[in-house]
Design a protein around this ligand. Structure first.
Ligand SMILES: C[S@@+](CC[C@H](N)C(=O)[O-])C[C@H]1O[C@@H](n2cnc3c(N)ncnc32)[C@H](O)[C@@H]1O
Length: 213
């Protein structure tokens, strides 16, 4: 079982050490303990936590294998930010900022990521209050946070300064891209997600077409 899980992790994320695998398994165990007391993820997804959340998050590392500075917006129970941070523990100088306004979820992330010595900082604040606080990373992530039309303004402070976005999206991503096209101009690469039937949208060179209202 363990060997199959490790193989699936490496399929998703690329080369990762056995220590990283053990850190992610420890995170999964802590997640299950805390999820019994606070709402960290939809209960229906818990039986498939490893595939639905851990591997779904880990696949981002394969798309940006050289990135060491990451920012995750609306991290919730840690997807994808905590998973990326636990993988980044393999790399000297790596750092992941996680922004989550829900205090209970942020407390979970702070506690568990500190215990597992992940190179991460959790910001228990609203994303809108973080633009001057957090430096421009190489990669901005957000999963299940908002449709592109509302997500791009949230990510603008970093994407407009050269960061690249890797955003999990569902099958109807084209409609979201079209709807955001009146206000935003950007370069887009679509990656098929390795879990489920969703996609990862890679967004760079973000520019506003129309002045901010
Ligand atoms: C649907 S959950 C998704 C969580 C996680 N990314 C995942 O995929 O499992 C969205 C999360 O974003 C947080 N959130 C929503 N708007 C936010 C904001 N403006 N600033 C910070 N966090 C926010 C919510 O508290 C919630 O935990």
């Amino acid at each position: 079982m363990s060997a199959a899980r490790l193989a699936a992790l490496r399929d998703a994320a690329g080369p990762v050490s056995r220590e990283t695998f053990l850190r992610l398994e420890a995170f999964e165990a802590a997640f299950r303990r805390w999820a019994a007391r606070i709402n960290l993820a939809a209960p229906s997804t818990l039986p498939h936590l490893w595939e639905r959340h851990v591997l779904d998050s880990a696949q981002l590392v394969r798309l940006a294998p050289d990135a060491r500075r990451w920012l995750d917006l609306g991290s919730g129970g840690g997807f994808p930010g905590a998973v990326v941070a636990l993988i980044m523990a393999e790399h000297d100088g790596a750092h992941v900022d996680l922004v989550e306004s829900n205090r209970k979820k942020a407390a979970f992330l702070q506690t568990v990521l500190a215990e597992l010595k992940a190179p991460a900082k959790v910001h228990a604040r609203r994303i809108e209050d973080c633009s001057v606080l957090l430096p421009v990373p190489q990669i901005v992530t957000a999963r299940a946070l908002a449709p592109l039309e509302r997500l791009l303004p949230l990510a603008e402070p970093w994407l407009a300064q050269g960061a690249r976005g890797l955003f999990h999206k569902g099958r109807d991503y084209l409609r979201e891209v079209e709807e955001s096209g009146n206000v935003w101009q950007f370069d887009l690469v679509k990656h098929d997600a390795m879990t489920g039937d969703g996609v990862i949208l890679e967004i760079s060179s973000l520019l506003r077409r129309t002045p901010r209202r």
